[in-house]
Design a protein around this ligand. Structure first.
Ligand SMILES: [Cu+2]
Length: 356
């Protein structure tokens, strides 16, 4: 399967065949952010330019990928997204990669001159851009890479509600066909694969900045200022919240059984709009641009869907707190940085999710 490997420094520029109108007219598209096409893809993009050099962008991308593919993706339901069953409220919570780099590339490549970011920047129009298929093939590849890294851990939900879910699609002969999810989870059974020889995956060894354990400077100074935070909380540019940890210094056995997770729930957004916020844990430097130099831990973002009327949803975001070095702390300092759109957050707390 051909793919655009924007997750690697060598691949983060748009493949030239998509940009050459004369040689490959079928792959060219006018409705893109043409200014971005000769710049490195920004996996944290939210509609604004920054002054990062290409190598700083590569470092930032690496940390973003590490967070969404490894650190926050130990549990199936975190990488894949929360289960959605018939009758449930929609959008229970997207997967880490979907809400992260996947969405960023859509927004990065969409044309800001168009009313709804067409083509790549909106759900209904993204498939009109040939670049969409190279992008989504890489998203698909991330799923395969993630599955292959699982070792003995489960790679797929075993729930029949998931495996037996069916979609109706048109095939290459314009015939309506029924496709079952359980038949699509393994790319090799579908007889396609992704080139891996000679392709580097830098982000497996790209952990975020090391954290200092124990008490952090500035805590007593910040605490009184933070008391004012009330939920539901409308996100301003930067919001800091102290979140208590119900269980301190858990044993290895307890940690193997249950994972400590930061749950941001009741996230209210309009699905018609691009919205994004980034999450930092114990960030004291307030550097929210150069993510590789910060305590960035994850993001929430969505590709806008065009509707007749606004559609307000309530969703959630899970961030795993595995290697934060906060074991002995009573609380963590969570910083939410709003990047785009109107966002209200219902609650932020630490929960313990059973390991897979
Ligand atoms: Cu997409």
């Amino acid at each position: 399967m051909p793919y655009w490997n924007w997750d690697s420094p060598s691949g983060m520029y748009t493949p030239s065949m998509y940009l050459n109108n004369r040689q490959y007219p079928a792959l060219f598209n006018e409705r893109r952010n043409q200014r971005k096409m000769n710049r490195p893809a920004d996996l944290g993009y939210f509609g604004e330019d920054n002054n990062l050099t290409p190598s700083q962008t590569a470092d930032k991308n690496c940390v973003i990928m590490y967070n969404e593919m490894i650190r926050n993706a130990n549990l199936l339901e975190h990488f894949m997204g929360e289960p959605l069953r018939r009758g449930d409220p929609i959008n229970p919570g997207a997967g880490t990669h979907e809400a992260g780099s996947h969405t960023a590339i859509h927004i990065w490549g969409g044309d800001p001159r168009q009313p709804s970011g067409e083509d790549l920047g909106n759900f209904y129009s993204a498939g009109r851009d040939p670049l969409f298929y190279a992008h989504h093939a890489n998203v698909d590849r991330m799923w395969t890479i993630w599955r292959n890294r699982r070792g003995n851990l489960p790679r797929d939900f075993s729930d029949p509600d998931y495996l037996n879910t069916q979609f109706l699609l048109y095939d290459e002969n314009r015939q309506l066909v029924r496709v079952r999810v359980g038949d699509c989870v393994d790319n090799l059974r579908l007889e396609y694969n992704f080139q891996s020889r000679g392709v580097t995956i830098p982000w497996t060894s790209c952990p975020p900045r090391a954290r200092v354990t124990g008490t952090r400077a500035g805590r007593t100074v910040e605490a009184p200022k933070l008391e004012a935070v009330e939920f539901p909380l409308k996100l301003d540019k930067v919001v800091k919240v102290l979140v208590p940890r119900p269980k301190k210094s858990r044993s290895k056995e307890e940690k193997d059984k249950e994972e400590e997770v930061l749950l941001i729930s009741g996230i209210e957004v309009d699905t018609q709009k691009f919205v994004k916020f980034d999450v930092f844990v114990d960030e004291e430097e307030d550097d929210y641009v150069n993510l590789a130099k910060s305590e960035y831990t994850g993001t929430f973002a969505q590709v806008p869907h065009k509707h007749e009327t606004p559609l307000q949803i309530k969703t959630s975001r899970y961030l795993e707190l595995v290697d934060l070095g906060v074991d002995d702390d009573d609380e963590i300092l969570v910083t939410l940085v709003r990047r785009a759109g109107d966002i209200t957050v219902g609650s932020i707390k630490i929960v313990y999710n059973p390991s897979n």
